[in-house]
Design a protein around this ligand. Structure first.
Ligand code: AMP
Ligand code: ZN
Length: 133
């Protein structure tokens, strides 16, 4: 088993663990964007959201909310981002599903942004059809 997040999630490699249960481990990101930046790792390997079993997908959001409340309560952050990258094209660098829980502080100078496009109504309608039909 070569996956580093499998090893961390299952306790074979030490980590700064914030929370653990049967299905998940929550750790501090070693490249923390802000104070308290956490990663939710399922113990069972899935490469990404496309591969994540439905039951874990549902549970991960409940855990995200729990961690969000904990981080807000303990670190008094002013806001919080959930970020979840899938595939290299989307910036995923570790091929084991993980959800970033990133506390935000006024003036923290971090950016979790995209450049807004200006799609026409026709373009929006075209993609809506492609997705739904
Ligand atoms: P992503 O770009 O969404 O795949 O995010 C991967 C994240 O994992 C980055 O924010 C890294 O800083 C973090 N990371 C990589 N290796 C470790 C590790 N050994 N322990 C904790 N966080 C890690
Ligand atoms: Zn893994």
């Amino acid at each position: 088993m070569e996956c580093i997040f499998c090893k961390i999630a299952n306790g074979e490699i030490p980590s700064k663990t914030l929370y653990e249960d049967e299905q998940f481990r929550v750790i501090l990101d070693i490249g923390a964007a802000t104070r308290g930046h956490a990663l939710i790792l399922p113990k069972k390997h899935a490469d990404n959201l496309f591969e994540l079993p439905d039951e874990l997908a549902a549970e991960v959001m409940k855990l995200a909310k729990k961690m969000a409340l904990t981080l807000k309560g303990k670190l008094h952050c002013d806001g919080l981002n959930l970020v979840q990258n899938n595939g290299a094209a989307a910036g995923q660098t570790v091929s084991h599903f993980h959800l970033h829980v990133i506390p935000r502080y006024e003036g923290d100078n971090q950016n979790i942004n995209w450049v807004p496009g200006q799609p026409s109504q026709d373009e929006l309608e075209s993609v809506r059809k492609e997705i739904t039909e």
